[in-house]
Write a protein that binds this ligand. Structure first.
Ligand SMILES: [Zn+2]
Length: 131
C-alpha cells in the first residue's frame, strides 16, 4: 500500500517507519433485526488515526456501537500472533442487547507511517540507553 502523505521533515530518516493495517468495518446482518441506526452493507475505514466514511455512504455511525468497536481497532491495526484471538476473531456484536447487528473488522491493506510524524516522543537512541 501507500505511505503517509505527511511531508514533514524528519531527522530520523527512513528507519523510523512502522506499518499499520488499514481496516474496513462492515455492518453485518444476522437473523435478528437491527434496532440501531446502522444498516447492512454500511461500512467505514480506519486509516492510521482516522475514521474515514465512504463518499457514497451516509457518512455517520451510531455512537454506542462505535464505542464498542473503538478499543479493538488499534489492536486490529497492528500485527498480531497467528494464534492470537485478536487475529482470528473479526465479528463484534452490537452492544444493544435488542439489536442483531454485528460489525466485521477486515484488514484491507498495510500502510507505512513515520514515528516522528505521529508523536512528539523521540525514539530511544540506537545504543538502547534511555534518554
Ligand atoms: Zn445495533
Amino acid at each position: 500500500m501507500g505511505s503517509s502523505n505527511n511531508a514533514k521533515n524528519s531527522d530520523d530518516g527512513a528507519d523510523d517507519r512502522f506499518t499499520l493495517y488499514d481496516l474496513r468495518v462492515d455492518v453485518v446482518a444476522t437473523d435478528r433485526p437491527m434496532v440501531c441506526d446502522h444498516r447492512e452493507g454500511e461500512y467505514f475505514l480506519v486509516i492510521g488515526e482516522q475514521i474515514v466514511f465512504p463518499e457514497e455512504g451516509r457518512r455517520r455511525f451510531p455512537l454506542y456501537p462505535l464505542a464498542a468497536l473503538l478499543p479493538l481497532l488499534p489492536a486490529k491495526q497492528r500485527s498480531t500472533d497467528d494464534k492470537d484471538w485478536m487475529t482470528t476473531d473479526a465479528e463484534i456484536a452490537c452492544p444493544d442487547p435488542h439489536c442483531g447487528g454485528r460489525f466485521r473488522i477486515t484488514r484491507v491493506g498495510k500502510r507505512s507511517f513515520s514515528h516522528a510524524e505521529t508523536t512528539a516522543v523521540p525514539l530511544p537512541p540506537k545504543d538502547g540507553k534511555p534518554t
